[in-house]
Design a protein around this ligand. Structure first.
Ligand SMILES: Nc1ncnc2c1ncn2[C@@H]1O[C@H](COP(=O)(O)OP(=O)(O)OP(=O)(O)O)[C@@H](O)[C@H]1O
Ligand SMILES: [Mg+2]
Length: 195
């Protein structure tokens, strides 16, 4: 089986497990992810943090996004562009979001372009799984592979996943961009060594 097919099967399995997760567990995960990221040294010291506004069964980030913003962090959220890249726009509170394609909510604030991730202190990415070497499995569109290729040398890249989604091995393809850390509800933030 090739890596592409292995990814597809892994996505199906993980998405089914997410659908089966009790709502209360998901809600608790959102609080734990918020607390774990806020505990990162320096995270509220005035830098920019790129994050995502979760939908459906994704690890919940609404509490995290709101808390970062309330602590004065400059929070950017992705805006999906037709060319397959992500633009980044400022989150300015819950009222600054508007419905977009695929059930997403997008920020209406000023847009800073795809290169905005380069100067971010941290980029918090969605993922379905992450392995010990930082290989992440996304939803299969490559948006975050393209975005992570643009981060700067001092940007901390983090994938947010549920506890069971931090795994030994994720199938990797040459274009996959590893992340530098994982954040899980039960384990907090852990740095990952590229393999
Ligand atoms: N830098 C890139 N330039 C052009 N295409 C790319 C790039 N990175 C990835 N892709 C394309 O994106 C497609 C999906 O990649 P992949 O299966 O790794 O998605 P993913 O990492 O799960 O998704 P996402 O990054 O959106 O969460 C692949 O067909 C790949 O060729
Ligand atoms: Mg990928």
């Amino acid at each position: 089986m090739d890596q592409h097919q292995a990814k597809r099967e892994m996505r199906e399995r993980l998405l089914a497990a997410r659908r089966a997760m009790p709502a209360a567990e998901r809600t608790a995960a959102g609080s734990a992810l918020r607390d774990a990221v806020l505990a990162l040294p320096g995270i509220t010291m005035g830098g920019t943090v790129c994050a995502y506004h979760s939908i459906g069964t994704e690890p919940p980030t609404h509490k995290l996004v709101a808390a970062l913003w309330k602590h004065g962090v400059y929070v950017l959220l992705p805006v999906v562009l037709a060319d397959g890249s992500l633009d980044w726009a400022a989150y300015e509170g819950p009222d600054s979001l508007t419905p977009a394609d695929h059930g997403l909510l997008e920020p209406m604030g000023q847009r800073y372009g795809a290169e905005a991730v380069h100067r971010a202190a941290a980029v918090i990415c969605p993922a379905l799984a992450v392995d010990h070497g930082g290989v992440r499995l996304g939803r299969g569109a490559g948006y975050y592979d393209r975005a992570l290729a643009r981060v700067g040398p001092n940007t901390l890249t983090l994938a947010a996943v549920y506890d069971d989604e931090f795994v030994d091995t994720v199938p990797a393809e040459p274009h996959d961009q590893p992340v530098g850390a994982v954040v899980t509800p039960g384990g907090g933030v852990r740095r990952l060594a590229p393999q």
